[in-house]
Design a protein around this ligand. Structure first.
Ligand SMILES: Nc1ncnc2c1ncn2[C@@H]1O[C@H](COP(=O)(O)OP(=O)(O)OP(=O)(O)O)[C@@H](O)[C@H]1O
Length: 684
């Protein structure tokens, strides 16, 4: 019987299936290769990450602190955690204030010592770091009872949170004590004079007793700290500079002087004739007026009664590019001097031209100031305390009829400034409505007064000497400058990048003034900065002298340099402290500037201080006194100062001092209008 054999398995099956041993060997090999590749990739990846992190850390480490911090071995380095504990983790309750660098906290060290910690707000900010290192390296060289002591510094492990440790000044800054809290201790004249003197001594130390000299670069009330006894010390050297030989050479050549020195086409410095500079300077100002509008009126009477200005200034959003006072501006100033007259610019305008190429007539600063005034006006409108209801005032007999009438006028004016109404009616931009309204108001008032203002005793600008009268005639009919320009005069500065200022202009509900502070090119603070420096010039001691002048005016008047207060337009002239002081000088009424709350006023000393301030505020840096001279004047050692020509009242009335030459500080005669005319012989 034939038997059937099972069909043979397919040949392919034999070929595909390897013997068990060979199969597993290949399989493992394959897996091992894949695993090897994977782990190698992983290791490379880890390595790359590690290297990247290392390089990054190394870079930021070098850029920020440790390397540099080792250079600050003169200062004690505090542990970050110690300071954090000492300040209760930088709690709000320990916060003393806030500035451009960051917040300042009070802390108590384990030893029981109370200190102030300045903690950088903006970790990684190059600007902050620059100021931090600047402060550390400069402070180590300073040793004076009038300079705030820097006790040390700290940084966290990453080196990005930077802290400066200072001696604690229980009464905080002069800004806080004088302008915000209005401390009673500062209502005594003696104390104010002492503070003025101490600040002068502090700056004198920096300029004349440090080698090389130190230029502070940001002298202002918030940088003057008061100890428990209200004695003043100068702090904040974040913007300070050492006066290098290079700087010295430039200055010797007049580099800091915007007016007496100019560069010729080859770039060489040409020195103007200083002897003639008084006249030249006047000429420049006059020429400015010649170019100016017929409606420029610096007389107080030109101000509408109703304009109001408000308290504390806040500028929290300035963002003007660095160097916004361009070369053109400075050159304008120089040309004014060298040519005698300058086409298309005024002696005042060059302070203001800030856009490159002088494209913007008024400049951003002016716009900014105007905008701010607008916001203040809006804030202060109706139901402010000062606008009492006229009817109620009349009804209860608390205000005389005249006052009630004035108040009614104010209300009417405010009423007319109804933003919504105006916007609807005139389709104006919300931020611009007030500006037009304000300028209209000024123009109306000017027209209404007509030539009355020319004859009034207050029209100081009309009373200048014959030369001015001549110039004035030419002024008529020319146009272009806004009525606000005279008022804005004296506000110089540049909006800073990056760093915000604290309360130079501000307080109250607008927390920080703005953007005016340090830039890589180190600018000062608006209102306090010298015009030539704001204009892009060289930082020199005379810039500090100018700032000191502003500070003294603030100290004596108890007002901010730009203070728009709740008051009628008659107050507006006072809002710009510098132009007001100049105006009072012309009127021979300097004592009007003195804070009415001051007790036991020594009028002679007050006059001396204001006069010194005006000397410091001269436009030409070379004419400003040195800090040594200022200390001499304030201490009565040096001859009492003469008012500079640009501030002098018109002859034959309104002279300040009886005899400037023979008598010393103590012998100053109170400046009264129509008093004797001594002290100005030098300009006769
Ligand atoms: N050593 C100190 N002791 C007590 N309070 C201080 C001290 N230093 C600063 N303060 C307070 O902290 C505030 C802020 O100071 P900071 O120097 O940071 O800024 P500023 O000077 O006000 O402004 P900016 O930084 O724009 O110059 C001061 O106004 C002051 O009230």
């Amino acid at each position: 019987m034939p038997s059937r054999l099972p069909p043979p398995p397919p040949a392919a099956a034999f070929e595909i299936v390897p013997p068990p041993y060979e199969y597993s060997h290949h399989h493992h090999l394959h897996q091992a290769i894949i695993a090897g590749i994977l782990s190698l990739t992983f290791l490379v990846l880890i390595f790359v990450i590690f290297v990247t992190v290392f390089i990054y850390r190394k870079l930021s480490y070098n850029r920020t602190t440790p390397f540099d911090l080792h250079n600050h071995h003169q200062h004690r380095r505090f542990s970050y955690s110690l300071l954090r504990r000492a300040s209760n983790s930088f709690s709000a309750s320990t916060r003393l204030g806030h500035g451009g660098f960051g917040s300042v906290y009070k802390a108590t060290l384990p030893s029981g010592l109370s200190v102030a910690l300045k903690l950088m707000d903006n970790p990684g900010s190059l600007q902050g770091e620059r100021e931090f290192h600047n402060e550390l390296s400069l402070s180590s060289q300073l040793n004076s009872p009038f300079i705030l002591s820097l006790l040390g510094f700290s940084s966290d492990r990453s080196g990005r949170k930077l802290i400066l440790v200072y001696e604690l000044m229980p009464n905080r800054s002069l800004q806080d004590a004088l302008l915000d809290k209005k401390c009673v201790e500062l209502m005594e004249w003696k104390k104010r004079f002492e503070i003025a003197f101490q600040i002068a001594k502090g700056i004198e130390y920096l300029h004349h007793y440090c080698n090389p000299p130190v230029i502070h670069g940001d002298v202002k009330p918030s940088n003057v700290l008061l100890d428990s006894d209200f004695s003043a010390k100068i702090g904040d050297f974040g913007l300070a500079r050492l006066k290098t030989e290079e700087l010295e050479m430039v200055e010797e050549n007049g580099g800091g002087e915007s007016e007496n020195v100019k560069k010729n086409k080859d770039g060489n410095l040409e020195t103007g004739d200083d002897n003639g500079s008084i006249l030249e300077e006047t000429e420049s100002v006059i020429t400015g007026f010649e170019e100016s509008s017929g409606f420029v009126d610096r007389s107080p009477e030109a101000s509408p009664e109703t304009v109001v200005v408000s308290p504390e200034m806040g500028v929290d959003k300035a963002s003007v590019s660095e160097g916004c006072f361009d070369k053109f501006s400075i050159d304008s100033g120089k040309d004014l001097i060298s040519n005698g007259r300058k086409k298309g610019g005024s002696g005042r305008d060059w302070w203001w031209k800030q856009d490159s190429g002088g494209g913007s007539e008024s400049g951003r600063l002016k716009d900014y100031v105007m905008e701010w005034i607008g916001s203040e006006i809006k804030k202060e409108r109706p139901n402010s305390e000062w606008i009492a209801s006229p009817s109620s005032a009349e009804a209860n007999g608390s205000a005389p009829k005249m006052e009630a009438k004035k108040q009614r006028k104010r209300l009417e004016w405010w009423g007319s400034l109804d933003e919504d109404k105006l916007r609807k009616e005139k389709n104006r931009k919300p931020r611009e409505w007030w500006r037009e309204e304000f300028c209209e108001e000024l123009t109306k008032k000017k027209k209404k007064r007509g030539h009355d203002s020319n004859s009034g005793s207050e029209s100081w600008w009309q009373k200048d000497d014959d030369m001015l009268q001549e110039r004035k005639k030419k002024r008529k009919g020319k146009s272009s400058r806004g009525s606000i320009d005279w008022w804005l005069d004296g506000l110089s500065g540049e909006f800073r990048i990056g760093r915000k200022n604290s309360q130079d202009w501000a307080s109250g509900d607008i927390p920080k003034s703005g953007g005016i502070s340090s830039t890589p090119s180190m600018r000062g603070t608006v209102c306090y900065i010298a015009p030539e420096y704001g204009g892009g010039g060289q930082l020199s001691e005379k810039c500090d002298v100018y700032s000191f002048g502003v500070l003294i005016l603030v100290l004596i008047s108890g007002r901010r340099p730009l203070q728009v207060t709740a008051s009628p337009m008659s107050e507006f002239e006072r809002a710009n402290l510098i132009s007001w002081a100049r105006q009072l000088a012309h009127n021979g009424k300097l004592l009007d500037l003195v804070d009415a709350s001051i007790q036991s006023l020594d009028k002679e000393q007050a006059l001396l201080c204001i006069t010194v301030a005006l000397l410091c505020l001269q436009r030409s840096p070379s004419k400003r006194p040195t800090m040594k001279e200022i200390v001499g004047m304030l201490s009565g050692v040096a001859e009492p100062p003469h008012l500079p020509f640009e501030f002098s009242p018109s002859p034959p009335s309104n002279f300040l001092f009886k005899s400037g030459r023979k008598k010393r500080g103590k012998d100053l005669v109170i400046g009264m209008p129509n008093s004797s005319n001594c002290g100005l012989e030098q300009w006769r």
